[in-house]
Write a protein that binds this ligand. Structure first.
Ligand code: PEP
Ligand code: MN
Length: 264
């Protein structure tokens, strides 16, 4: 079902009024790694909206490597995201970690994110296949492209065709960057599948200074959009501060993307 042989034309996934997968302007998803409080998320939502972002991201359920770090605000975080949507009009992207919370997260989210660590949580994928809300499926950090597409297939096979793929870097021998951004999969996915593809240069690199160059590279490679972490005070962030852009940095990136659009 994910194959282009089955569906030759590009699929377009609509998230509220935003179309992802069109040949037109790329879509920008921006926001903090995690929702940390009302002021933090509202401030960020207003700043990224002003800069021209299309969707607001923010984790309420966080898949952290260790159990002693901030695990997210859970439903309270979802409520704050809804408040931020009300304040700015930006649709909400947030992660869902387990099959039993799909219903809860879907009440608030406009686009449900499956994180890299859950790419092969098959029960979660099947549950997401049974709803009609769009899903942003991130590539597992050690998943081959074939495994990535097979994971998307699980969602489509259950009846939900609204899936966006997201390359977010994979594990390699290289430790200079948090992950290794596999940009070649962007045009390759577009050859093999009709599904829209996005790139997350924040988790792919783990370094603020590399986010803008890799975001631009992703768009030139054919990505339909990028997902970027932005925080009002990255040095105080409860997760992923080192890769989060400041408001100023995000403004600059949006200017560069606007210039780039003329060539895409
Ligand atoms: C995230 O988007 O904050 C996240 C946890 O990403 P990933 O699953 O790609 O690591
Ligand atoms: Mn993060």
């Amino acid at each position: 079902l994910v194959s282009r042989d089955f569906h030759p034309r590009n699929s377009i996934v609509k998230v509220c009024g935003v179309s992802i997968g069109e040949g037109k302007r790329p879509v920008v998803v921006a926001g903090p790694c995690a929702v940390e409080g009302e002021e933090q998320i509202l401030k960020t939502a207003r700043a990224v909206k002003k800069a021209g972002a299309d969707l607001l991201r923010g984790g309420a359920f966080k898949p952290r490597t260790g159990p002693h770090t901030f695990q997210g605000m859970r439903e309270e975080g979802l409520k704050l995201l809804a408040k931020a949507r009300e304040a700015t009009g930006l649709p909400i992207v947030t992660e869902v970690m387990s099959p039993d919370t799909v219903g809860l997260v879907a009440e608030y989210a406009d686009l449900l994110q499956v994180g890299a660590r859950n790419m092969q949580n098959f029960e979660l994928l099947k549950e997401l296949g049974r709803i009609q809300k769009p899903v942003l499926l991130k590539r597992g950090m050690s998943a081959t492209l074939e495994e990535f597409l097979a994971a998307a297939e699980y969602i489509l096979a259950e009846g939900n065709p609204h899936v966006i793929l997201c390359e977010r870097g994979i594990r390699t021998f290289e430790t200079a960057t948090r992950n290794t951004l596999d940009l070649a999969v962007v045009p390759l996915i577009r050859e093999m599948s009709h599904l829209p593809v996005m790139v997350d240069p924040s988790h792919a690199t783990g370094r603020r200074s590399l986010v803008a160059p890799m975001a631009k590279a992703a768009l030139v490679a054919g990505a339909h959009g990028v997902l970027v972490e932005v925080h009002p005070e990255p040095e105080k962030a409860l997760s992923d501060g080192p890769q989060s852009l400041t408001f100023h940095g995000f403004d600059a990136l949006m200017d560069e993307i606007r210039h780039l659009n003329a060539f895409l």
